[in-house]
Structures are given as C-alpha cells and as structure tokens.
Ligand binder design. Structure first.
Ligand code: 13P
Length: 325
C-alpha cells in the first residue's frame, strides 16, 4: 500500500526502530526494495533523487507509485535532495507526497527561507517535508576539526529552524557523509543526543552506506527514524554487471534477475539492521495515522511502546500475517 512517510517515521520513532529509504533508478531497483520489504514484512521508502527523475521522468515516478500501491507492505515514495522549487513542483504534480527540500548548500538564513517556502508549498499539497541544517556533502577528508564541526547540525539552530520552517523531519549532520567512508566514520553522538532532546520531529540520517551496526543502533537509540541508503545498493548492482559482462553468452533477463537479487540482499540486511523487519503490521492498523496525528501534535514524541501497541500487537500481527500469506 502507498504509505505516508509521516506515518512511517512517527510510528517507527514511537516504537524504537527506523525506516530504510533506498535510492532507486529503474525497475530493478524498485523490485529489489519491494521484494525485500515483502519477504521481511517490513515498511520501506522508495527514494528518487532528482537526477533519477531527470533520467526516468514521469514513467519512473509512476512505476514507484504503482509498485507502492500494489505492495502488501507499507511503502512510501520520497523525493530526495531537491534543491529547486521546479523539482518539487514536478514531484508534487506526479503525486509524490514526501520531499526533501534541500537548502543545506545555502547559508543558514537562506536555507531557512528556502525550507520555509518549500514547506508551505508542500503542505498546501498534502506533502511532508524533510530539510537539513549543517552540510553533508561527499567526502569530508582534508577538513580541519573546526571546519568539520562548522558543517555539523547545531542543536540550538535546529530548534529555531523547525519552529520557523515547520518542516516535518530534520536531516542531521553529525559526521555522516555520502558515498564511501575512506576512513573509520566518526559520528558525534553527544551532538545527536542534544538535537534529539531539543526537537520532537523524526530525525533522518543520510549516508548510511558503510556505517557499522553498533553506530546504526546507537543512532536509532538517539532517535534517528530514517536512514538513506544509496552507495551500497549501486555497488551491488554494478558488481553484477561487471561480472556478467565477461560471461560467454550473457542473457539480459538473467543479468537483471541477478542484479535484483544482489540489491535485495543489501536492502534486506539494512532492514534487519534498522529493526523494521516484521513491523509492517504496526503501520496497517486502522489507528496508525491517528496515533501519528496525536504524536506530532505533542511536544515530545514518546519512543516507549504505546499501550495500543502492547494490547493490540498480537491481534494485528496475526491478522496481518494471514493477509500476506
Ligand atoms: P549513501 O550513498 O552514502 O548510502 O547515502 C545515500 C543518501 O544519503 C541519499 O540521500
């Protein structure tokens, strides 16, 4: 079913796990995400970077939306890193109800204005918004400690930013980078704890490829509800293409199937790591949206299991398993 990112993240936050948002570029990527989610009864997000939309245009967006609608799992479709109003208009027109308005390349004040304007636009169209303060770029090697710290999310600014922009989710920069970590990643957990204590919206972590299990778990403990994964999935795809090309008489369909399996395996491992395996039923309950509305109107969202989850979990879990069998 086509799920709302807001409901996915708030339910995950309330129950102490996180949602995987996986960048997709084509049918193989979409199948890999849906197959993994269905095999593991997990929610997931199909994530489209503007460059993927430029490549696949409306047929690619329609593919994601239809795959989400047809799935028995709760699947949201999200526009990643949109730095222009044009990209956001295109996504909204295509029916996407979840976008990242990325003004993090701008100075803080301009980022705030951009994020506020894009949030007004998205909310008027029923879409939720992720924004970022701090600057997660590509590799950050070569920067001094001071330069790295200056790029990280400031907990005090985060409070003002959310109040002024009304964004629904905040992407944090605490030492995470896109692409490969060339040395051991160093995440600033005390900073993450301060951000979590200061704001109540779900937190997002970009650059989840290559983060160790213990780091992911610590991030979830400190309130991260969405992890973005791209590099590891692309690598799995490319490895299959590279090894297949040397085969004597390669068959296109077989290569595509192998690529799907390789990507699905990466995605399945991430779903396990994020703790969302077997949690689809929580998003299917008739009260899921209602609980989200309540938790987002509260100042601080509780990550303790709600009494609803404790009492009705067995009932919904069993009914859900019967449905998907
Ligand atoms: P990685 O490519 O490092 O997995 O990061 C993905 C991401 O953050 C997409 O927004």
């Amino acid at each position: 079913m086509l799920a709302s990112t807001r409901e996915l993240l708030n339910t995950a936050l309330r129950n102490g796990y996180a949602i995987g948002a996986f960048n997709v570029y084509n049918l193989e990527g979409v199948k890999a995400v849906i197959n993994a989610a269905e095999a593991l009864h997990s929610p997931a997000i199909l994530q489209l970077h503007p460059s993927a939309i430029q490549y696949g245009k409306s047929p690619l967006v329609a593919l994601c939306m239809e795959a989400a609608r047809k799935s028995l799992m709760p699947i949201a479709v999200h526009l990643d890193h949109s730095t222009s109003e044009k990209d956001i208009h295109l996504a909204l027109a295509a029916g996407i109800k979840s976008t990242m308005a990325d003004g993090s390349f701008l100075p803080y004040e301009q980022n705030l204005i951009f994020s506020r304007e894009m949030t007004k636009l998205c909310h008027a169209n029923g879409a939720a918004v992720e924004a970022e303060i701090g600057r997660i770029s590509g590799r950050e090697e070569g920067l001094t400690i001071e330069e790295k710290a200056a790029r990280m999310t400031d907990p005090v600014s985060a409070v003002e930013f959310i109040k002024e922009t009304k964004v629904d989710f905040l992407a944090v920069t605490i030492g995470n980078v896109h692409g490969k970590y060339l040395s051991e990643p160093k995440l600033d957990f005390p900073r993450l704890a301060k951000i979590r204590a200061a704001v109540s919206v779900p937190l997002v972590m970009h650059g989840a490829s290559g983060l160790r299990e213990s780091m992911i778990h610590q991030c979830i403990k400190l309130g991260v509800s969405k992890f973005n994964v791209n590099t590891e999935i692309r690598e799995a795809y490319m490895d299959v293409l590279k090894s297949s090309i040397s085969e004597a008489d390669p068959d296109l369909l077989e290569i595509m199937e192998k690529a799907i399996d390789a990507m699905q395996s990466v995605i399945s491992d991430k779903l396990q790591l994020f703790g969302s395996v077997g949690k689809a039923y929580l998003h299917h309950s008739p009260y899921a949206d209602d609980l989200t509305a309540k938790s987002t109107s509260n100042k601080h969202t509780s990550r303790n299991q709600s009494s609803f989850d404790q009492i009705l979990k067995p009932v919904y879990s069993e009914a859900f398993c019967l449905l998907v069998k």
